[in-house]
Ligand binder design. Structure first.
Ligand code: FES
Length: 157
């Protein structure tokens, strides 16, 4: 019985090669940079949120609301933002800054995200500000650089 289930060496090698190429094709590099310029290049998987990758590698980004589940709105096109029925992000603590050269790789920012970042981070928020919990990684994000701003005192937001 066992011999019927065992794999021949060439078949086993092909299966290992195929699974390795699948893993490699779904793995991307992300570089986190802190305020002091320290850089950490980490491996991420397609489908993960940027927040989850940061926390897995102990990058100093908090995310108390975990993104709030479903979004409050989804930007479908330049002219159409669909209102949805999720709570959406609420804490706005997972602030990151993505250099503008990567703008074309990111989904458009919702008004909820933009206003929330401005409320919570005031002058710290800018054109490159995003919520790490709202960035779902795709293959096109390979090489993304993410600056991590200093955390404001969490009891005042
Ligand atoms: S984790 Fe709360 S807004 Fe991102």
């Amino acid at each position: 019985m066992l011999s019927r289930l065992s794999l021949t060496a060439p078949l086993a090698q092909r299966l290992v090669r195929r699974s390795m190429s699948t893993v490699m094709s779904n793995t991307i590099n992300i570089t986190f940079v802190d305020l002091e310029g320290n850089r950490a290049q980490v491996k991420a998987r397609v489908g993960q949120r940027l927040l989850d990758v940061a926390q897995r590698f102990k990058v100093d980004i908090e995310g108390p609301c975990e993104g709030g589940g479903s979004p409050t709105e989804v930007v479908r096109t330049k002219d159409w933002t669909e209102t949805t029925y999720g709570e959406g992000p609420t804490c706005f603590v997972c602030h990151v800054k993505i250099p503008s050269r990567f703008n074309h790789l990111l989904d458009n920012q919702t008004l909820h995200e933009k206003l929330g970042l401005e409320d919570a981070w005031e002058d710290e928020a800018g054109n490159t500000s995003r919520l790490a919990c709202q960035i779902f990684l795709e293959k096109k994000h390979d090489g993304l650089v993410c600056f991590v701003p200093d955390m404001p005192p969490i009891d005042v937001i």
